[in-house]
Design a protein around this ligand. Structure first.
Ligand SMILES: CC(C)(COP(=O)(O)OP(=O)(O)OC[C@H]1O[C@@H](n2cnc3c(N)ncnc32)[C@H](O)[C@@H]1OP(=O)(O)O)[C@@H](O)C(=O)NCCC(=O)NCCS
Length: 436
């Protein structure tokens, strides 16, 4: 079943009806008044400014394909709902260069007038049941607070970092590519940028597909939005053949100490040369004292392209939260760094991922995964872990050894955590360059 055809979750409808609350799917394209109310409530929920009419129209068109659900209070009829959530399916990059279908969850808000009555719990559990009914193996979100989603089986699977580089303290110590960096018109950036983003996305576990709303969100700009265009600059890197291989969009802002900082809205490079050339350009901007880039990888190559390693401040934070719904499909979608057999006993209070799973990993790193009803085979490494621990190691964001030392993963066979670690290790650190 396609996510757009999924019916409303009847369990959540019945639960909320007990409180005279009505859970409904919203037809963004055809029920404009309610859709506008939905956007207003999402904005208010995240303490955003009121959007103007054009912004709302743009956003509703860009997100009309998503599955939009809201809760109305039957005792206070209004066009504005009291709770919101939107979801869609997207490919999620996994180690090995493949993708797994993921159920992206966004716009989770409950009005302050209706908080702590179990509305978010009903919305979230409904999303997970619907994703499972659509055979989507993984759910994904980015969280406003790190304490909300663990109870639903989500875990911070990929950390990212805000990187600030003191440009006066360091010189460029990386390569000098032969291609050219040129300024780009914003219209060209808008048109050509997503293709570069897509080429880069598949190389990084944890990334999801860009849609128009996400693209505008990362640039903080949309065509026709004159005030957002004023200070947005864009550069592109073209290789010797003249093909665009990367771009950076940035704004130069005055900092509190009167110095200038280049704030990178996004830098995407499909090749190492493009990456080096774009970073070098930013780090060598005249008058600029610092370059600041958010949502970067913890293993960012630029950190090794500076003459002074202390010029960079790296502030990591949890960003991509995953929830494994179908361990077989999820585990078969990625590849592994070590051959061998592994048995994982997954404990899941909500039962989606509950069970014993056998992974047989071949010499190519491909796993055949099945549910195991019997005993652990003699040659297999065996470990017991929660559904959240499985999400933590899934794209290589946490080490099974550390989780074992932390008392979270329990070894059934000696050394199992180290073997799981070696198998699940991702040569490319996971990251997510967008928030949703
Ligand atoms: C976060 C939010 C969605 C919670 O909605 P809610 O309807 O009050 O949540 P519920 O009543 O269903 O609570 C479900 C559980 O989450 C817990 N919880 C709710 N909000 C929490 C928070 N901010 N931090 C930690 N725990 C929280 C509740 O204590 C409850 O725990 P329990 O069922 O295990 O006892 C709501 O407060 C909100 O809209 N906040 C502002 C926007 C936001 O941050 N959205 C999250 C986007 S990622």
């Amino acid at each position: 079943m396609d996510f757009t055809d999924a019916p409303i979750d009847t369990t959540a409808v019945a639960n909320l009806a007990e409180q005279k609350l009505s859970l409904e799917l919203l037809d963004i394209a055809n029920d404009r008044d309610k859709a506008v109310g939905f956007e207003a409530v999402v904005n208010r929920g995240f303490y955003g400014e009121r959007s103007d009419e054009k912004d709302i129209e743009f956003l509703l068109d860009a997100t009309a394909y998503r599955r939009t659900t809201a809760v109305w209070d039957a005792t206070e009829p209004a066009v504005e709902p009291v709770a919101t959530v939107a979801s869609w399916t997207t490919p999620l990059s996994v180690p090995g260069g493949g993708t797994v279908p993921a159920w992206a969850i966004s716009a989770v808000t409950v009005a302050p007038t209706h908080r702590r009555r179990g509305i978010a719990r009903n919305l979230l559990e409904a999303e997970l049941r619907t994703a499972a009914a659509c055979a989507v193996p993984v759910a994904a979100l980015t969280a406003s607070e790190a304490t909300i989603y663990g109870r639903f089986g989500f875990a911070p699977s990929a950390q990212v970092a805000k990187i600030t580089i003191d440009t006066k303290r360091t010189a460029w110590a990386g390569s000098t590519p032969t291609g050219r960096v040129r300024f780009m018109e914003l219209s060209d950036l808008f048109e050509q940028g997503p293709a570069i983003f897509e080429r880069e996305r598949v190389q990084h576990p944890g990334e999801i597909e860009l849609d128009e709303a996400l693209w505008c969100e990362i640039l903080d700009y949309r065509p026709g939005k004159a005030d957002k265009a004023k200070d947005l600059r864009a550069i592109g890197y073209t290789d010797a053949a003249g093909d665009l291989q990367g771009f950076a969009a940035y704004r130069v802002k005055e900092s509190s100490d009167d110095t200038l900082t280049a704030k990178v809205a996004h830098l995407a490079a499909a090749t190492d040369d493009a990456y080096a050339a774009l970073w070098r350009f930013l780090l060598e901007l005249d008058l600029v004292r610092a370059v600041e880039a958010d949502l970067r990888s913890l293993d960012e190559p630029v950190l090794w392209q500076l003459s002074d390693v202390r010029a960079a401040k790296v502030e990591p934070f949890d960003h991509l939260w995953l929830r494994i719904l179908d361990p077989i499909a999820a585990l078969e979608a990625r590849t592994y760094s070590r051959q061998g057999s592994i048995v994982l006993d997954v404990v899941d209070p909500l039962e989606f991922a509950q069970g014993r799973f056998l992974l047989e990993i071949d010499g190519e790193g491909t796993a055949a995964v099945c549910r195991l009803t019997g005993d652990v085979p003699e040659d297999a490494a065996h470990a017991t872990l929660s559904e959240r621990d499985l999400a933590l190691i899934y794209v290589g964001g946490a080490s099974a050894t550390a989780l074992h030392s932390a008392g979270r993963i329990v070894e059934g066979t000696p050394g199992a955590a180290t073997l799981v670690d070696a198998a699940f290790h991702s040569p490319v650190a996971p990251r997510l360059g967008v928030g949703f």
